[in-house]
Design a protein around this ligand. Structure first.
Ligand SMILES: [Zn+2]
Length: 234
């Protein structure tokens, strides 16, 4: 076998192991993002409810000011009624009082509706806040589990990467560079065994002369079909 080949095959196994650990770590990240999203959705919903309550409260304050103005107006109408002498003026003043009374009744009823709505919204926000607390409690266990698995993965990754570096140092530089270039490009294995007379990956036939060199253990060849490294399995 080619002197570098044993080391390169080991390196490939170790790179596969590293990639597996990295993929498990990405899965953990996704799980954590899902938890974050769940929490953010609940928080956004509380914020929307409180915002709605604030908007209704603003309407109530504005309406409250109008009610005060209309009550003052009504007092002036009532005072005016006291001072009129003629029947015609009195009935005009009475009509004014009646109009203002109706407006006030309408506004006060609206105030009542707004007060109920605001109380309901605050109650809804409190319930949402309780649900959020429960959600966070539920998530606490899962987050702790994610953290502990991640810590374990990080340790395994550090070990696997150190091992990989050690193995890579045993592969000749030109071959290692070829291997790493292919691995970076293909995002999969870079080294394949010949299958019969053809590339073990893409099945392109390899000329006899090159196969003989490979079989004699003198070289690792590049497949002309797909560009991976080929070796003759002994
Ligand atoms: Zn090929």
């Amino acid at each position: 076998m080619h002197p570098d080949l044993v080391a390169l095959l080991t390196l490939q196994d170790e790179d596969t192991a590293v990639a597996g650990l990295e993929s498990r770590r990405r899965d953990l990240d996704i799980r954590e993002q899902t938890l974050d999203q769940e929490r953010a959705t609940a928080e956004a919903s509380i914020a929307r409810t409180l915002q709605a309550a604030d908007a209704e409260d603003k309407k109530r304050r504005e309406l409250g000011m109008k009610v005060q103005e209309h009550r003052a107006l009504q007092e002036r109408h009532l005072a005016a009624l006291d001072s009129v002498r003629k029947d015609r003026e009195a009935s005009a003043a009475m009509a004014q009082i009646e109009i203002t009374r109706r407006v006030l009744a309408q506004e006060e009823s609206e105030m009542q509706t707004l007060a109920t709505r605001i109380a309901d919204l605050h109650q809804a926000a409190e319930l949402e806040q309780l649900s959020l607390g429960e959600l966070e409690e539920r998530q606490r266990t899962e987050r702790a589990e994610i953290d502990s698995v991640r810590a374990e993965l990080e340790r395994d990754l550090a070990t696997a990467r150190a091992q990989r570096t050690e193995t890579a140092a045993r592969v000749g530089r030109p071959l290692l560079q070829k291997y790493e270039r292919i691995r970076g490009r293909e995002n999969s294995n870079a080294l394949y065994a010949l299958r019969g007379a053809a590339c073990g990956r893409c099945n392109t036939a390899i000329p006899l002369q090159r196969r003989n060199i490979m079989a004699a253990g003198r070289s690792v060849e590049v497949c002309e079909g797909c560009g991976v490294l080929l070796y003759a399995a002994v």
